[in-house]
Design a protein around this ligand. Structure first.
Ligand code: F6P
Length: 323
C-alpha cells in the first residue's frame, strides 16, 4: 500500500485535525503517502484531493474544526455516485481510506470497502453517540465548552436571583447535558434518555423557588420538544416566579481548541487505523472500548444497542436534588 486518503464527514468536531495528523505521521513512518479528500465524500466524487505535507499535518493538530473541510452528502447512498468516487480514487492510485466522522459516515465507508477500497472509520463527533466507543473525538472539548458556559450563566443567574434554560446539542444523545449536569451541579436536566414533561420541569423549578433557592439551571437537549427553549423559559417564569432566560448554546459547542484528551484519543485511533489498513483490513470502525482500542465490523457497530445510562442518570439526579 503506497497511498491512502483521509476525509472528515458530518458535523466537525475538535480533535479531527489531531486524528488527521496521527494518520499522516503513522503513514509516513510506514512509507505511505496520505491524500486529503476535501469536504468529505463530496471531495471523492468531485476528485478534490491533494497530498498532505506531514509537517503541515503536525502544525494543525491543536486547531479546532477540520482543516480538510466536512460536508454531508446524502447522494453517496447511490451506487452510481460511489462508483465515481471509486474511479477517482483508482485514478490517483489511492488504495484505502480513513473516514473520520459520526455514525452517518460509516455506511459510506462500508459500501466503499465492498467496492474494493478498504476503509476504516474513526469516531469523530461531539455527540458521544457511537455505541462501540467509550468516548468520541470532540466530546471532551465540547463538554468543557458546555461546562464553562453553564458556569458563566450561573454567575449571572445567581447575581440576579433568576432561572436559566440552557439548550445543548447532541442529536438524540443526552451525554453532553448529562455529564455537564454532573460537572456543574445544574439543578434539572431533561435528555432523550430521561425526558421530563414540561409540567415536571415547571413544578420542579417552582419547588426550588419555594424552598428559597437563589438561582436555578435547567439543561435540555436540543430537538426534544415541540416548543422552543425561549417558550420554556417564559412558562417557567410564569409558573415559578423566577425571572427566566434561555440560552441556546448551538454551534459554539463544536468549535475551539481540542482538549488534550481529545487529541490523545484522536492520535491513538489514527495510528490504529493505519495499522489496520497496512494489515489489509477494511470495513472496520476503530474506537475505545473499556479503555482499549478495538476494531469492529462497521455493520456490527451500527447495529449495537444504545449504551444504558440509567445508573449515571440516577446518580446525577440524586445528587443534584440536594442543594
Ligand atoms: O452531530 C453533531 C451536531 O452538532 C449535532 O449535535 C447537531 O444536532 C447537528 O450536528 C447540527 O448540525 P448542523 O451543523 O448541520 O446544523
Amino acid at each position: 500500500i503506497k497511498k491512502i486518503g483521509i476525509l472528515t464527514s458530518g458535523g466537525d468536531a475538535p480533535g479531527m485535525n489531531a486524528a488527521i495528523a496521527a494518520v499522516v505521521r503513522e503513514a509516513k513512518i510506514k512509507g505511505i503517502e496520505t491524500y486529503a479528500v476535501y469536504d468529505g465524500y463530496k471531495g471523492l466524487v468531485e476528485n478534490n484531493m491533494e497530498k498532505i505535507d506531514p509537517e503541515f499535518a503536525i502544525s494543525i493538530m491543536n486547531c479546532g474544526g477540520t482543516a480538510i473541510g466536512s460536508a454531508r452528502l446524502p447522494e453517496f447512498k447511490e451506487e452510481k455516485v460511489r462508483q465515481v468516487a471509486v474511479d477517482n480514487l483508482k485514478k490517483e492510485g489511492i488504495e484505502a481510506l480513513v473516514v473520520i466522522g459520526g455514525d452517518g459516515s460509516y455506511m459510506g465507508a462500508q459500501r466503499l470497502t465492498e467496492m474494493g477500497i478498504n476503509c476504516i472509520g474513526l469516531p469523530g463527533t461531539i455527540d458521544n453517540d457511537i455505541v462501540s466507543s467509550d468516548y468520541t473525538i470532540g466530546f471532551d472539548t465540547a463538554l468543557n465548552t458546555v461546562v464553562e458556559s453553564i458556569d458563566k450563566i450561573r454567575d449571572t443567574m445567581q447575581s440576579h436571583n433568576r432561572a436559566a434554560v440552557v439548550e445543548i446539542m447532541g442529536n438524540g444523545c443526552g451525554d453532553l447535558p448529562l455529564y455537564a449536569a454532573a460537572a456543574t451541579g445544574a439543578d434539572i436536566f431533561s435528555i432523550p434518555e430521561s425526558k421530563l414533561t414540561k409540567e415536571e420541569i415547571l413544578s420542579q423549578v417552582k419547588k426550588l423557588h419555594d424552598e428559597g433557592k437563589r438561582s436555578v439551571i435547567v439543561l435540555v437537549s436540543e430537538k426534544m420538544y415541540d416548543f422552543t427553549s425561549e417558550q420554556l423559559a417564559k412558562d417557567i417564569e410564569a409558573a415559578s416566579g423566577y425571572v427566566t432566560r434561555a440560552t441556546v448554546l448551538g454551534h459554539v459547542q463544536r468549535g475551539g481548541t481540542p482538549s488534550a484528551m481529545d487529541r490523545v484519543l484522536a492520535t491513538a485511533c489514527g495510528v490504529f487505523a493505519v495499522e489496520q489498513l497496512v494489515a489489509g483490513k477494511g470495513g472496520l470502525f476503530v474506537g475505545l472500548e473499556n479503555g482499549k482500542l478495538v476494531a469492529r465490523d462497521i455493520e456490527a457497530t451500527l447495529n449495537m444497542p444504545r449504551k444504558d445510562k440509567s445508573q449515571e442518570i440516577k446518580v446525577v439526579r440524586d445528587i443534584n436534588e440536594i442543594f
